[in-house]
Design a protein around this ligand. Structure first.
Ligand SMILES: [Zn+2]
Ligand SMILES: [Zn+2]
Length: 378
């Protein structure tokens, strides 16, 4: 799942850091935690990915602006509007490391060994109702598939790659620069050490062919915006013999007409007439399934909240359901009949304003919320 840490904190830069500072901080972080330098170190890998995620946002002017305003929730979306496909966000750290990587000889898997496939990102929009019940959907992912003709090797059937003549199979070439001997990735074989003598006709030696791939994905009930599902090995194919990348499905949940979501809890405002609040009565309130009724006690004040226990969103990890909080508001009529006006005037005359006193100011925001909750099912 995506990181919840502050992106500025991850890169260790101030919130007003300029682009160069962000880039330099990321470079340092990425070099320090690079998987090639920390083989088998899970924590370093996490930190590496976290830094890449932070950089992907902070290096992009528009994403950074949204992050500054809305936090993590603002950058889950790839600009809104329709399901999108953006393979670059997880892949672009290769480029920024490029220059240094060549010097140190460990640039993002290009070091002679086979290269792991790139991770892909898919932005999926679902409705509120789908998030509440869970859903299953089919994604069409454009990605490179291994070539059937050559089995992904890139060599024409019956032939095999030959040792690279330029680097003698080492994957690196050395040359003199002043007093220094500098090693560089072999330009002829791209560091693999072998070259394809007879390219496969179907894929022209790439070993891959671009294809649309259909994937069925189960979206668990209770999922929220910006949560990610990881589909292992469904990303881009790697080089011959290398593992494929992963596919990340980033979920965006649409709004509900009444409910506001707060984790697994749902909040809604319900207008109730003054006579019902004053005399008590029954009102109908919406839930995720069928509407239900709640009892309004005599003398109920505006802003009183009623809790419908266990009627909220299912927890995405299977830990039960949240609650629904219904907050009652006074429904003030904008149009009154002559008769209603007369009745109200008569009522008003019996309760002059002078008997009302100001309510003491509430300094604690949280307490009255829970104090005034009336349990319906509890
Ligand atoms: Zn082929
Ligand atoms: Zn070579």
């Amino acid at each position: 799942m995506t990181t919840t840490r502050d992106y500025y904190e991850i890169l260790g830069v101030p919130r007003d850091a300029d682009d160069a500072t962000v880039k330099s901080a990321y470079r340092k972080m990425a070099l320090k935690h690079h998987p090639d330098r920390n083989p088998g170190d899970q924590k370093a890998e996490e930190q590496f990915k976290e830094a890449a995620e932070a950089y992907a946002v902070l290096a992009d002017r528009e994403k950074r602006a949204r992050y500054d305003r809305f936090g993590h929730a603002g950058v889950g979306s790839a600009g809104g509007g329709g399901a999108g496909y953006d393979p670059t966000i997880f892949a672009d750290f290769g480029d920024i490391l490029g220059g240094l990587g060549d010097l140190f000889g460990f640039s993002g898997g290009r070091r002679g060994g086979p290269r792991r496939g790139a991770d892909l990102r898919y932005d999926l929009e679902i409705t509120f109702a789908e998030a509440a019940t869970g859903t299953e959907t089919t994604l069409q992912i454009p990605r490179e598939e291994s070539c059937d003709t050559c089995g992904g090797s890139g060599s024409a059937p019956g032939s095999t790659p030959e040792k690279c003549g330029q680097c003698q199979g080492r994957g690196q070439v050395r040359f003199q620069q002043g007093f220094l001997t500098v090693a560089r990735t072999c330009p002829a074989c791209g560091g693999i050490g072998r070259v394809i003598a007879k390219p496969c006709q179907s894929c022209h030696g790439h070993g891959k062919i671009g294809q649309e791939r259909k994937l069925t994905v189960k979206i668990p009930a209770g999922i929220g915006t910006a949560q990610r599902l990881r589909l292992t090995a469904e990303g881009e194919h790697g080089g011959p013999g290398a593992p494929p990348g992963d596919l990340y499905v980033v979920v965006h949940v649409g709004d509900h007409p009444f409910f506001q979501r707060d984790g697994d809890d749902l909040l809604c405002d319900m207008p109730v007439t003054f006579p019902t609040l004053a005399l008590g009565g029954e009102i109908e309130v919406p839930t995720l399934t069928d509407p239900t009724t709640i009892q309004i006690p005599t003398g109920t004040q505006a802003d009183t909240r009623f809790r419908l226990r266990g009627k909220g969103m299912p927890n995405v990890n299977g830990r039960g359901h949240g609650d629904i909080y219904v907050r009652v508001q006074v429904a003030v009529p904008t149009k009154l009949s002559r008769e209603q006006k007369t009745l109200l005037q008569e009522l008003g005359a019996t309760m002059p304003n002078q008997v009302l006193e100001p309510v003491p100011a509430d300094t604690d925001e949280e307490r009255p919320f829970f104090d005034r909750v009336k349990d319906i099912f509890g």
